[in-house]
Every structure is written in C-alpha cells, then in structure tokens.
Design a protein around this ligand. Structure first.
Ligand code: SF4
Length: 299
C-alpha cells in the first residue's frame, strides 16, 4: 500500500520554516522531480497556455461528441459582457462560470485540455485561476506558483483518497479539482499555509458525497456544468479561509472522510452510468437515442 501523504504535516513544516505554502511546495517539487525551479515554473506556464487555448476552443461554440453539450460557454460570455448589470454573481464568478463551461465543452469535443486533476474536472481550476487573475492582475508567474500548490494538494488527495470518479464518485473528481483551486486561490491572495489547508478542507466538506452519474456514460452531462459549480464552491471556501474561518474537521481527516464515503458509495454511482441522473427518464432516453445511432455502424 502506498504511503499516505499528509497536507497538515506539510502545512506545519512550511509554518515552522516561516515559508509561504507556494514557496514550500516549489522547493518540495524541485527536490522530488529533480529539476530546477525555472524548469518547474516553466512547465506550469506551459500548462497555463494550454488552459487558455482550451477556453478559446470552447468559446467557438463547439458541440460535444455526443451532442449533449456545447455553446454554453459562449452563451454566458455574451450574457456577462452584454448585460453585466444583470449578473447575479458578479463579474469574477461569471467569468469563472464561463471558463469552466468553455473548457468542459472543449474537453467533451475532444479538444486539448489539461487534466486538473482529470479531464472531466478540467474546467474548475483554470476557471478560478483565470477569473481571479483578471480581477486582481496576477502575473503568469504567480499563477504558475499557484498551480504548483494545486498540484501538491492533488497529490495528497490522490494518496489518501482518489482523484477518480470511478473509484470515489464525482467528489473525487470535481471535489478534488475544487479543493486544488481553493488552495491555489488562497495562495494567490496571500493566505498563510494554514489558510491554504482550510480552503481545501472547507471545499471538500461542501462537496462530500457528490456522485458520478454521467448520462450515457459520456463526460458531458452533468460533468460540464458541474465544473462551474465546483469553481463556485472553491471560491466560497477560499473566501471563508482567507477571512480566518476554520474547518472543525482537520484537512487530512476530511480527505479520509471523502475516501470512506467513496468506498461506501454504490458502484451505480461511480461512473458506471447506472445511477443518479444517468438513470433518470430523460437520461435513459438520451442514452437509448445515442446508442441507437451508434449500433448500426458497429454491424
Ligand atoms: S460526473 Fe463523473 S465523469 Fe462527470 S465529471 Fe463527475 S466524476 Fe467525472
């Protein structure tokens, strides 16, 4: 059995060494990956470039392989730019929604994305990073550093629980992506290591139990829109953490609880398309319709 990593241990170490969590994570990864800091951050910047290109792909209004999603990133971009006074959530969150949808749609159309941590959840982290960057003018280097923090958080979750919908439900995919994004957001806003951990804990607590129920087994419905919700959860948690609000349950224990919930979850709710929205009357009808179209080609 692989060693369980501890986010709390690393938070404590960073605080003892009087380091920001971003600097701590960079030093850790430089040692772990045996590369220099410039190379590490350069790789992160390349990933940021791919994420930006994914947004562009989504904003063309592309339609997914199964035809269930597409054009919604473009729709919200038009809404937020043409009627900003009508936005309920404000410009930062509406930008995050747009990015999450656009990247989810790019992924569902076989466009290039960065799995962060998975393809299905690839819209969440860039949605948070890029919307905050626009609001506060964060540099690419600052975003790269935040991406390293997100990666370390993902590593810990992978070691204690899972990042896969098939193993742990959507809490493990969109939940983990949101937790990574919350930690990255707290780092970007100058939060201390403890607050980064609180951002992670608060996010996962709010997403515990989320099932994986893709209609027709395609990473389209509910996946794409779920990324927008996950980005919102990340921002809510990061805001609470930055305000000094703590999770009663420590971060490693929250991750362990997510693992236990995932293990207890029925297989019908873990990417098998046999439960949840996938077996709603409409979900079944959509699947039947799609499979009826595909079957003749197989013969
Ligand atoms: S519902 Fe399942 S396939 Fe879709 S994003 Fe969530 S974990 Fe991934």
């Amino acid at each position: 059995m692989e060693e369980k990593l501890s986010l709390q241990e690393w938070i404590d170490l960073a605080e003892q060494e009087n380091k920001g969590f971003g600097d701590f994570c960079i030093e850790f990864q430089v040692k772990e990956l045996e590369i220099d800091k410039a190379t590490l951050l350069g790789r992160m910047e390349e990933m940021l470039d791919v994420m930006e290109q994914s947004v562009e792909i989504g904003l063309t209004g592309i339609t997914s392989m199964g035809g269930l999603v597409g054009g919604n990133g473009k729709k919200i971009e038009a809404y937020r730019t043409e009627s900003p006074d009508k936005s309920i959530v404000g410009s930062v969150m509406s930008k995050a929604i747009m990015i999450a949808l656009a990247i989810g749609e790019a992924n569902a159309s076989m466009g290039r994305i960065v799995a962060a941590p998975t393809a299905g959840a690839s819209g969440t982290l860039p949605a948070v990073l890029f919307s905050l960057a626009e609001a506060r003018g964060f540099s690419k280097l600052e975003l790269a550093k935040a991406l390293v923090v997100a990666g370390v958080i993902g590593m810990v979750i992978a070691s204690r629980a899972s990042l896969s919908g098939a193993a742990g439900g959507c809490q493990a995919e969109c939940g983990s992506a949101a937790a990574m994004a919350a930690g990255a957001a707290v780092e970007l806003y100058g939060g201390n290591p403890r607050q980064v951990g609180q951002g992670v804990a608060l996010t996962l607590k709010n997403m515990l139990g989320l099932v994986c129920d893709p209609v027709a087994g395609l990473v389209e419905v509910p996946c794409v829109k779920r990324n927008a919700g996950a980005a919102a959860q990340a921002m809510v948690a990061a805001e609470m953490a930055l305000a000094g609000i703590s999770s009663v349950i420590p971060v490693d224990e929250v991750i362990d609880a997510m693992a236990a919930v995932g293990n207890a979850m029925s297989c019908t709710l873990k990417e098998t398309a046999q439960g949840g929205l996938a077996v709603s009357p409409t979900g079944v009808a959509v699947a039947n319709h799609l499979f009826a179209k595909v079957e003749p080609e197989k013969k």
